[in-house]
Ligand binder design. Structure first.
Ligand SMILES: [Zn+2]
Length: 58
């Protein structure tokens, strides 16, 4: 299962309403509505949790 970054719901990629690639990651969405919201402001929903993302100091 993948987490829909907009609403936080767990989405089965096989049954997702849509998907988007953003900065090397693929995100899945439970509905076209969530997909639309993501398209409007992806940075609002994407959390910088990947290695190498900026952090607060060493
Ligand atoms: Zn959703």
């Amino acid at each position: 299962m993948e987490k829909d970054p907009v609403c936080g719901m767990l989405v089965d990629p096989k049954e997702a309403a849509g998907q988007r690639s953003h900065e090397g990651r693929t995100y899945y969405f439970c509905s076209a509505d969530c997909l639309k919201k993501f398209d409007q402001a992806p940075q609002r929903y994407v959390v910088a949790d990947k290695p190498g993302a900026k952090k607060d100091g060493p």
